[in-house]
Structure formats: C-alpha cells, structure tokens
Design a protein around this ligand. Structure first.
Ligand SMILES: [Zn+2]
Length: 361
C-alpha cells in the first residue's frame, strides 16, 4: 500500500481529506468550531463523521489529534481506514462508526502538542469529583530545566541538565514526575489547565448522542511519541475489570496491552476515563494506541525547545520554524518504512477492534 497520500502537509489539508473521505462513504458529518484560527486564518474545528450501521448496538470510535501535532499520524490512520472501506465495501464494518478528527485542532494547525491555552488535553479531562490542582513534588525542582524562560539555543542540551536530577531521583521516578501532568505551571510542559477545556465541554455535550444506541463500544485514540520505533502499545487509563483485561490481553496480545492505574502513574484528566464516564452504562473500552517514534529524551528535548520558542522566541524566526518542523518529525517521522509499518499495524488494530466488538461477551 502506498501510504504517503494519507499524510497531510497541514491541518487544513488533513481536514479537507477527512471530510471528503467521509462524504464518499456517505457518512454524516458534523463540524464543531472551537473559536480559534490556524496560521492561514483557517477556522479550526473538531470534525465528526458517523455511520449508523446495521448493528447499532456496537460502536467503534476512532479519534485523532488529542495531542495536536500527533494528529499528523492519527488523521493518516483515519484516511487509510476510510480508503480501505471505500475500495472494498465488503470490509466496511456494519457497526456504528464514529470518527473524530483533530480533538485538538489548534495544536494540530500550529504544530504544538498542547492546545491554545498550553493545556495538555490528556491531563485536562477532569471528572467532576476531581480538581485541577496539584503537581508532582519533583516538578518544582526541575521546572527551570524543563521550561527555561528564554528562547531555545543549540548548546542547551537537556540531557546534561537532567544528569543531577536523574542521579537524585532515579530515571523512572523523574520520567513519571515530568509526564504525569501538573496544574501549577501554565507555561510548562504537561500542564493540565485550571478549568475544563472546549474539548471537555464538547465531549460532555455530545458523546452520548454520537454513541447512539450502542451498548458495546471500542474507542481507539491514536497517539505517537511514546515507545520503541514503529511499534505500538495499547494503554488504558480507566479501570478495567478482570474480565476486560483478560479479554484484551488474549485478543490484542499480551505484549501490547498495558493498564495504567491512576495510583501508579499519578495521571488524572485522561481521555479514556472521561469518555467511559460520559458513556454512561455502556460497556466502554478506550485504548490509547501509542506508536513509538524517537527516543524519550529526544522527544522531550523537542517538546521543550518548541515550548521555549512558543513563549519566549520570535514567532517568525527561523529557529521557531525549525522547532515546529522538528516537533512534527518527532511525532510523525518522514521515514517511509516507519509510515508504512505504522499504518499497516494501525489498520490491523482497527480490524481487530471491529472483529472484537462482535466476539466480545
Ligand atoms: Zn499523545
């Protein structure tokens, strides 16, 4: 399969392709503007394509771009599966389908991971019983390293700056403190915000309606930037029953399935937990499908440099443009083999989810 055509140069092109592909399949389309504009003045929206299906009690939801720039890959997956269904109608699922394009259209359009308020949306989807407060204790010590208040420089290597904190706390604890999410440093990385985002309201208002009559739902939310090059893992940020966990492992493979419990990771505000809660009494499983790209420190260095440019750099400078291009490469590599392997695995994952819906007890 030639996969290059599925990878769009920017958000606006990806959105047009998504809408056209959905129309070709006769799916119903909805656009929800978020009140923001892209670099070329284009209106930014979350777009949703729905097929009712002849088996409406089962639903597959595929979402992309929760982390903005990761939408370059997620939208490519959505285009690839829609092309497959278009080319071979026998492969088209009979279940209800909900495809959500660009959960964070601002980040996608402006090539950022966070949204227009520098919010990491996968830390912002806080339930009503939780609060937008707290940060890992270590984050305070390393805020000046992670988020220096100056433009990026070629000679400022984060791996050297992290040597002391790593020696003091250990790598695993440090990594967890950095990525768990924080609610105190609005210009910092992995910031969860102080209030519900547009997305939080959009999902609370619409998710139940989008899911229709479905009782069994599998939700695949595509991400990149975590894990080994061109491999994937399915991460679950919501509680799973023993039965669900066993089924997932037997169905998707022992190696691929990883439950992230709240206590272990310190995470809150994740998409899966939020959607499962708003899906009411449905049997709802949300997998964050994480495709690996570059090494963790490279990804972190790229995020840090882009964040420095965003807050402290000249928006029109070459270095700012470089940091954005670098971020796209870190989350959606140009490598032909990476793209081919990852699209192939993502399509298989979607097919497994479709088959899984009908076999799942
Ligand atoms: Zn992500």
């Amino acid at each position: 399969m030639v996969v290059d055509a599925f990878f769009s140069k920017n958000y606006a092109i990806a959105r047009e392709h998504f809408k056209q592909s959905a129309k070709n399949l006769g799916m119903t389309l909805e656009s929800i503007p978020i009140g923001q504009f892209g670099p070329n003045g284009e209106m930014l929206s979350i777009d949703v394509a729905i097929q009712s299906g002849s088996m409406p009690d089962q639903a597959l939801l595929i979402s992309s771009g929760l982390h903005g720039v990761e939408g370059f890959f997620g939208s490519a997956v959505q285009l690839a599966v829609m092309k497959k269904w278009q080319d071979d109608p026998h492969l088209r699922p009979t279940q209800r389908l909900i495809l959500i394009h660009a959960l964070n259209p601002y980040g996608f359009a402006w090539r950022r991971r966070a949204n227009e308020d520098n919010v990491d949306l996968n830390r912002n989807l806080i339930l009503s019983c939780e609060s937008f407060r707290g940060s890992p204790a270590i984050y305070k010590d390393i805020d000046h390293i992670l988020n220096p208040k100056r433009p990026p420089s070629r000679w400022d290597w984060i791996n050297f700056r992290l040597i002391c904190p790593t020696a003091k706390h250990g790598q695993a604890i440090l990594e967890q403190a950095i990525t768990a999410g924080q609610y105190d440093y609005p210009q910092g990385l992995f910031y969860g915000g102080t209030e519900p985002s547009h997305l939080s309201k959009i999902l609370s208002d619409n998710l139940d309606r989008w899911l229709g009559l479905s009782q069994k739902v599998i939700h695949l939310d595509f991400h990149t930037g975590l894990g080994a090059w061109a491999t994937y893992k399915l991460l679950f940020d919501h509680p799973l029953s023993d039965n669900q966990y066993a089924w997932l492992k037997s169905y998707f493979g022992n190696e691929s399935v990883e439950a992230i419990s709240d206590e272990q990771s310190g995470w809150k505000g994740g998409l899966g937990h939020f959607c499962k809660t708003h899906a009411k009494d449905r049997d709802y499983i949300c997998a964050l499908a994480e495709f690996g790209t570059y090494k963790g420190l490279q990804v972190l260095a790229g995020l840090r440099a882009e964040n420095q440019s965003y807050f402290w750099g000249n928006p029109n400078s070459r270095i700012t443009e470089y940091t954005r291009q670098r971020l796209v490469e870190l989350f959606c590599p140009k490598s032909a083999s990476w793209r081919k392997d990852c699209i192939r695995q993502a399509i298989t994952l979607v097919e497994q989810a479709i088959n899984g819906l009908s076999t799942k007890s």
